[in-house]
Each structure stands twice: as structure tokens, then as C-alpha cells.
Design a protein around this ligand. Sequence first.
Ligand SMILES: Cc1cc2nc3c(=O)[nH]c(=O)nc-3n(C[C@H](O)[C@H](O)[C@H](O)COP(=O)(O)O)c2cc1C
Length: 317
Amino acid sequence: MQKLWGLAFSNPVGMAAGFDKSARVFGPLLDMGLGFVEVGTLTPKPQRGNPAPRIFRSAADGAIINRLGFNNEGQDAALRRLGVAGSGIVGVNIGAGRESEDRGGDYVEGIARMSAVADYLTINISSPNTPGLRDLQVPDALDALLARVGKARGEQGKRPPLLVKLAPDIADDDLPAIVGVIEARGVDGIVVSNTTLARDGVGDRAFAAEAGGLSGRPLFIRATRMLARIYRLTEGKLPLIGVGGIDSGETALAKIRAGASLVQLYTGLVFQGPKLIGDIKQALVKAMQEAKVENMTTLIGRDADRWANRPLKGATS
Ligand SMILES: Cc1cc2nc3c(=O)[nH]c(=O)nc-3n(C[C@H](O)[C@H](O)[C@H](O)COP(=O)(O)O)c2cc1C
């Protein structure tokens, strides 16, 4: 059990955003033994996303490339489902519509609509499949966005914790300014990370040539390294959710040791099925016993220095 932002997490393993885009199956996912589920990305209006084919798998690489483009039924539909009281922690990931002329306004709408039913909110400014969305990560744009979002939060009756989800393709040199803005604007946590546009570590050439965001095993080092860098920049003070390439107890533990308070997964579950959840939880308990610690939180960030300094090029596992 871990308490974060006033929420009691029964275990630190969560479902990453994008699986339950329209908040249809968070109940069954929680019943599978996950400690929390992040639904979405939800945009203010329903949208169909990009034409198919738009999801590609490489079993040999343990990877997926997707260019879904925020297909979802919209926030109103999700709101009705989330409004029915249930047990378990459900975060709501919000985004901007593809055709929106005021992207910041879409996030403000998301905050206004979804705060009442969200255990936490994640602002997704890191999908590679909505053209220009990642521009919101540029410090000045991010600061303006978080100012608007902060004002909208202040106007809600319920004020769930607010997280920002970042892309793993941010250059090392750009990271301090971005994290600085996030801290200055009082954001409660960071989700590290979304899918990557990079293709390092991908063996299957035809697969690698597909446009979209890459997830799974080839993302692991890139995302874990950035997680550790953010852990160091925030001096361990901001809770981080580590996501990207977790496919075993070992990789989940590595995320925690690199600086994650919680972890999420998606691609690993696609290839391995729900057994992976139990395997990870068992491995974490074993790691605690071996390290002779009562609480998993003691392990958070222990390897952050090593991970932060790891070279990026050429490394895949
Ligand atoms: C098919 C698919 C759809 C996704 N859709 C979303 C999404 O709507 N919003 C979001 O923030 N992340 C989305 N993601 C990214 C995941 O939440 C996660 O950050 C990424 O896949 C890395 O984790 P993994 O390697 O365990 O899959 C999606 C990933 C996949 C594979």
C-alpha cells in the first residue's frame, strides 16, 4: 500500500492511457489486479482518429507502433460511465481535439468536465499522432497552458491531483526548463513517458518504417533514462509515474529504482496477457524482501544516478 496525493494505491502497477480510451473497461481492468487505471485520452468531442491500418505489432521486437490519433467517444460519454461509483483508482487523461483551434481551451474544458469524476487528471501533451500537439511542451507554451489550466482547476468544486505526460523525445538540454515550468506551476506529478518517434533498437525494418509512436521493449532505456533525469531534476520531490517498455518484474523494479513511485504498462500486457500483472507484483515483493525493506518507497530512485548517466545510443536492453 502506498499513499500518494491522498490516494491509497493497493499496488503500484497501473494500466497506461490509451487502452481504455473511452472509459468502458476500467472496472474489469481493476479486477485483474491492477492498482489503478488511466482512462483516455479523452477529447472534448468524440473523434474517429486516423484511418486504419493504424496499429502495428512486432512480436520479435516486443513492440507496437500506433498512429491512432485520439480515437475516443468524447468526454460526455466517459463522464456518464465514470460517474457511477466504483472502487479503485481511476485517473483521467485529457487531450486536445485534432481540429481544435484553441488547444489550450480543450484542456480547460477537460478539467472543467472531468475533475468531478477523476481520481487524478493527466494532461497529455505528448502524443505524436495529433500534429503539433508536442509543441505544447515548449517551455513558454507549456507555461501559458498550465496557467490557464491552473485557473480552471481553481474554479472546480473538486480538485484532483494534476499530472503532465511527457514525450521521451525531449532533448536532454531542453528538459530542465520544461521540468522547471512544471514545478513552478504546482503540477503534482509527471508521467514519463509517452511513445517515441525514434526507432532505435527495432529489428524489423518494415515495421520500423511505419509512422507513429513506438512503445514496448525498444522504448525501455530511453524512457527509463529520462525518468531518472527528471527524478534528479526534481530532487525526488515530485511523484513520477514510470511507463515505457515494462515487460517483466525486473523492468518494473528498474523503473522504481530509476525514480518512479508508480508504474504503468500497455505493450507488455498486449504480448504477455494479464499474468504479467501478478508476475510484476510478486517480483516487487521479492525485491523488497531481498533489500530488507518494509516499504517499496525505500527503493524509489536508488539507481537514478546510474540511469540518468546511461548512454542513449545503441542501447536496447
Ligand atoms: C495502441 C496504443 C494507444 C495509446 N494511446 C494513448 C493515449 O490515448 N494517450 C496517452 O497518453 N498514451 C497513449 N499510449 C501510450 C501509452 O500510454 C504508454 O505511454 C506507452 O505505450 C509506453 O508504455 P508501454 O511501452 O508499456 O506500452 C498508447 C499506446 C499504445 C500502444
